[in-house]
Design a protein around this ligand. Sequence first.
Ligand SMILES: O=P(O)(O)OC[C@H]1O[C@H](OP(=O)(O)OP(=O)(O)O)[C@H](O)[C@@H]1O
Ligand code: HPA
Length: 189
Amino acid sequence: MKDKEIIETINDVFKSADCLYTQQEVEQAINQMAYQINHDLAEANPVVLSIMNGGLVFAGQLLTKLTFPLNIDYCHATRYRGKTQGGELHWKALPQYELLDRNVLVVDDILDEGHTLMAILNAIKAQGARSVKTAVLLDKKHDRKANPTYQADYVGIEIPDRYVFGYGMDFNEYLRNAPGIYAVASKDN
Ligand SMILES: O=P(O)(O)OC[C@H]1O[C@H](OP(=O)(O)OP(=O)(O)O)[C@H](O)[C@@H]1O
Ligand code: HPA
């Protein structure tokens, strides 16, 4: 596809999407999460591990609101790869910090089926982390969870079972920069 076609298609997807949460509402949710995390992890000296690419925007905004000493690291695990259905998990980058005996806070944009988070948690535990907590901006409600009993420690917003973009989340690798949480119209999904 040429640039012009891509731009038209993406602009059309954006225009026909439903805004589920505005930027202001998302910021409010992030503030509440930060408040709780500041309370819980003030003495933990954690490694905050952002899951790329989707976690980028949320982690960036959350981090500026955390008021205690911490290290920042990232890893990249992907299983959607520009599609709206997940597949096999691919590791593109591993954490750089030694996680042995560290407290770790994993930060990701969305807990959908949870395969990504479960694999990341297993990898962190295998490295001998002292504790692992998870913060997800969105938790998508449906009955396809990899581990139905698992709950993230910090959840910003619960969303319905629709494919969403914005705040770091992509539609065909675009629209990560959309300033809110948008659900793709059914004609585009
Ligand atoms: O709960 P799950 O069903 O496993 O899905 C959640 C994961 O999927 C997305 O990543 P994706 O694979 O799209 O990679 P990306 O972050 O690079 O877009 C998202 O950022 C989460 O990490
Ligand atoms: O609804 C979603 N949107 C974007 N990325 C995702 N990764 C898992 N679910 C989603």
